[in-house]
Design a protein around this ligand. Structure first.
Ligand code: GLU
Length: 477
């Protein structure tokens, strides 16, 4: 496929996703027309609107792409970035389609983009932009709990989601499910516990699952288990921060951190929380006292000694140019599209493996799905059964103690009796999803000798599931 030329710049991200797709499609048996339907972006909505800025006006470029309607609603975040363009939004929307299929979340894929650097706008201006963006989506039927449900992405968060929810609810009076029009909302506005951490937690679970398979680790020269594994994380935003946090909790050591301004390293470990605070106070990770090495580019940080590299910033970070210098054996893609297809081939040829974005960072949309379910059912998880469960457990413990004559300690009693909170249910649903999906992908990879990477295996699984949806819709035989 030729690279797409948009707004006089050559772009290749959507093309890269299609390259991965075409490669994987060889390992499926579907009709060429069906494969083309799955691969294409169904709807691309590009719009511009003015906002008042200072004493004048500014025209904002924005997009919403719905890649696939094989399931409804479509789902995906809204990126606020100066770099955003149509090709990127299309690629990210396509990845959402495959991502949802991989983790069995019943949505089609979508993505939005607003071409601004949020740092250059006041809160008031950001609110105006977000509300106007939402109104533009409403006008064209590109948002709604059963139509298309945005979420946070690079440059946006809970605050923006609450503006979207409020605008949509205001414009749709009497619609009972209105708050299900967007996920990643603050808890006070019917968000869900655990959504903020979900993507990073999912990345850490994905890495843990991968590293726990001794047979696979032996092949790439690593021991099994996360304990003591050295990790470099690129990006200290939401995904990078929580990936580092949970990887540390699971026993790994964060030895390197990379950001726009440069990178820091310490082979004995960095306290990522202290680095985060240092960056908050000084505006940079550089100058952190606990680092033994400092680099003025993020790229140099990626090349330092480690077992696992977690690119959790933006696309196109690992390319044919730098892949040969990486020392990691595992790349876990917290970001979407950080590795180019050519770089991936070299990384595997050098004896490494890549946990692909469309699986590795699917924790966010998985918990978004739980939030959407909560919004449609108008009840938080655990509300109906928590006390009932606790009473049943209490009766059971009392009975067992009575029969055996063994008295449990207060801690043992409370651990057994306690009913699950919303956060515990969300985390357990997320963990179950990430574990099952990893092994599904790994089985496809292991059992098909022609399938060369975990990404190809993930695509094959996704394509097959989406094909079944089209067949169920009666569109293809
Ligand atoms: N923006 C996130 C992603 O790329 C989350 C999407 C969602 O929750 O809908 O997966």
């Amino acid at each position: 496929m030729d690279n797409i030329i948009i707004a006089d710049q050559e772009t290749h991200f959507f093309n890269d996703v299609c390259t991965y797709f075409d490669h994987a499609a060889q390992f499926t048996k579907h009709d060429a027309g069906l494969l083309d339907q799955i691969k294409s972006c169904n709807s691309v909505y590009r719009f511009r609107f003015p906002i008042r800025k200072g004493n004048g006006f500014e025209v904002i470029d924005a997009w919403r792409v719905e890649h696939s309607h094989h399931q409804s609603p479509t789902k995906g975040g809204i990126r606020y970035s100066e770099m955003v363009n149509e090709d990127e939004v299309m690629a990210l929307a396509a990845l959402m389609t495959y991502k949802c299929a991989i983790v069995n979340v019943p949505f089609g894929g979508a993505k939005g983009g607003i071409k601004i650097n949020p740092k250059n706008y006041t809160v008031q201006e950001l609110e105006n932009i977000t509300r106007r963006y939402t109104v533009e989506l409403i006008k064209k039927n590109f948002i709604g709990p059963s139509i298309d449900v945005p979420a946070p992405d690079y440059g946006s968060g809970e605050r923006e989601m609450s503006w979207i929810a409020d605008t949509y609810a205001t414009m749709n009076p009497g619609q009972g499910d209105a708050l299900g029009c967007v996920t990643g909302k603050p808890i006070a506005l019917h968000g869900i516990a655990g959504r903020r951490e979900a993507t990073g937690r999912g990345v850490a679970i994905a890495v843990r699952e991968c590293v726990n398979v001794g047979e696979d680790m032996q092949k790439i020269g690593l021991t099994a288990g996360l304990n003591g594994k050295k990790v470099i994380v690129q990006g200290l935003g939401n995904v990078g921060y929580y990936s580092a946090k949970f990887l540390t909790e699971f026993g790994a050591t964060i030895v390197g951190l990379c950001e726009f301004e440069g990178a820091i390293y310490n082979e004995d470990g960095l306290d990522f929380d202290a680095v985060f605070q240092h960056r908050k106070a000084t505006g940079s990770i550089l100058g952190y006292a606990g680092a033994t090495k400092e680099f003025t580019t993020s790229g140099e940080g990626l090349e330092q000694p480690c077992d696992i590299l977690v690119p959790a910033a933006l696309e196109n970070q690992i390319t044919i140019e730098n892949v040969g210098r990486l020392q990691a054996k595992i790349i876990a893609e917290g970001a979407n599209g950080p590795t180019t297809p050519e770089a991936e081939a070299v990384f595997y040829a050098n004896g490494g493996i890549i946990i692909p974005d469309m699986y590795a960072n699917a924790g966010g949309v998985t918990v978004s799905y739980f939030e959407w379910l909560k919004n449609l059912s108008h009840v938080s998880f655990g509300r109906m059964n928590r006390r009932f469960e606790e009473n049943s457990n209490l009766n059971l413990v009392n009975m067992v103690e009575g029969i055996t004559g063994v008295a449990l300690s207060p801690l043992q009693r409370s651990t057994i009796i306690k009913g699950a909170s919303e956060l515990e249910l969300v985390n357990s649903g997320l963990e179950d999803t990430m574990i099952r999906s990893y092994h599904e992908i790994r089985e496809t990879y292991k059992n098909n000798p022609g399938i060369d990477t975990l990404r190809t295996a993930a695509f094959v699984g996704a394509i097959n599931k989406i094909a079944v949806s089209y067949q169920n819709l009666g569109i293809w035989p």
